[in-house]
Design a protein around this ligand. Sequence first.
Ligand code: FNR
Length: 187
Amino acid sequence: MYKILGIAGSLREGSFNRAALRAAQSLMPQNAQLEIYESLGEIPPFNQDKETSLPKPVKELKKAIKEADAILLVTPEYNYSVPGVLKNAIDWASRPYGENAWENKVVALMGASSNMLGTGRAQYHLRQMFVFLNIHTLNRPEVMIANAQDKFDENGQLKDQYTIDKIRLLLESLVEKIEKLDKLKNL
Ligand code: FNR
């Protein structure tokens, strides 16, 4: 059974991105399970003075990333980019130098916004960061949930069939990528 760690970059109670992550949990392929990371709000602001003795929530985040076969990041878009809380967690998990928890990880992206572009700009900023972090980012499909307020019902249930199908395809592609990389490792 493959273990996927799901991280949503919003702390908002009624967050569309957290709702999209919950939807993904119910759409997983049979040979994988999605564990949702719920402690983003506990990660302190990054301080390089503390990276030699990492705060406990950061140690736990790094452990969860390392133990996962892949990570599903669900990002909101703030001011055409990645929300600070998510960037902050990504930065912590990459430190100290030489102990980057993201190294060689497989990461899939999706995002939901109230705007027409569905977090495309934030996702492309993440892709750029992931080059430096040496992440295997899944290229396709791109899941950009535009006008999110129309795609979820009042209980945060994803109701848009097109989006449901896209997320299912993303998860299938993610598991295929893990399997391919596993085969290469065993050659
Ligand atoms: C936004 N929003 C937004 N949306 C977008 O598509 N592009 C953007 O650049 C921004 N900028 C932005 C900045 C800030 C500070 C906030 C609070 C919001 C709107 C955003 O898409 C919307 O609030 C989403 O609902 C946020 O995601 P969650 O919290 O619902 O997951």
